[in-house]
Design a protein. Structure first.
Length: 277
């Protein structure tokens, strides 16, 4: 995809998240919106995947450890054709195939079940270690939340990956500066994440996580590393481009009205029209 096409894809992911959550009028809006640009780059340009063959042995894997943002991943998968768009309207409903958190047993295209924060780090590294053992030259992409980095399991994994030089791991921290109860710096200040991962033996970068071109370029550089795992810290805005969430303090999990939904979709349509010009 071109940069323009990835921008369009990101806006469509945001619209599709809202489309899916509109049935229950609630969900983890903030984090879904902040990571949409990353998903557009991964599924639109970077990852070796095949919607017609979700279990392709040589595919790249994606582990979204901040599993509560499953609706954003589902949106990307639906837009890529992994399953019918109609499934999105069933998120969190009884008998749904799309539970709120990523589920590999129910959803085509999900590589690892997540939700208990911190555990996605360990499972992603296990996948990467297994691929290396099998001599499969695929990447494991891992998405962490900045609040999630309070978990000790993150740093155990960081030490393991650095020690084992897992260069087939490219991880991201969605640093939108908020977690469930407020600002990350006020709850458990993780400090300079780029430097912290560097100290654990990772190649580290930081970019604007709502800029698809910067994300793509950082991944290209990460793939040049031959003896280290890579971390890309994404500076993002929680609730990005969602009118009822972007400038709200408590925007981790939100309820919304039909009027708010329609206003948000209209705003995203305006963004799309500007990109198309």
């Amino acid at each position: 995809m071109t940069t323009r096409e990835m921008k369009i894809f990101a806006a469509e992911i945001r619209k599709t998240v809202l489309y899916g959550l509109d049935t229950v009028k609630s969900g983890h809006i903030g984090g879904c919106m902040s990571m949409a640009d990353l998903l557009a780059v991964l599924y639109g340009e970077v990852m070796n995947v095949d919607p017609k063959n979700p279990q392709l042995k040589t595919r790249d894997r994606l582990v979204v450890s901040k599993g509560h943002c499953g609706p954003a991943v589902y949106a990307a998968l639906a837009l890529k054709g992994y399953f019918p768009m109609e499934w999105m309207k069933t998120i969190n409903l009884s008998q749904t195939k799309l539970p709120s958190h990523c589920d590999m047993n129910m959803v085509p295209g999900i590589d690892m079940t997540t939700g208990s924060l911190g555990q996605g780090m360990s499972t992603a590294l296990g996948l990467a270690w297994g691929l290396r053992y099998q001599k499969i030259n695929s990447y494991v992409y891992l998405v962490l939340g900045d609040g999630e980095c309070d978990e000790g399991q993150i740093w155990e994994g960081a030490l393991f990956a650095g020690t084992k030089k897992l260069n087939n791991v490219i991880a991201f921290v969605d640093q939108n500066l908020k977690q469930l109860d407020g600002y990350t710096k006020d709850i458990c200040d993780v400090g300079d994440l780029r430097k912290k991962f560097e100290d654990f033996g990772w190649f580290s970068q930081e970019v604007n996580g709502n800029n698809v071109e910067e994300i793509k370029n950082a991944i290209t550089i990460a793939k040049m590393q031959t003896d280290k795992p890579s971390m890309i810290v994404l500076h993002t805005e929680k609730g990005k481009d969602c009118t009822f969430a972007q400038d709200v303090f408590y925007n981790h999990h939100m309820t919304f009205t039909e009027e708010q939904y329609e206003e948000a979709v209209h705003h995203l349509d305006e963004i799309l029209s500007l990109i198309h010009i």
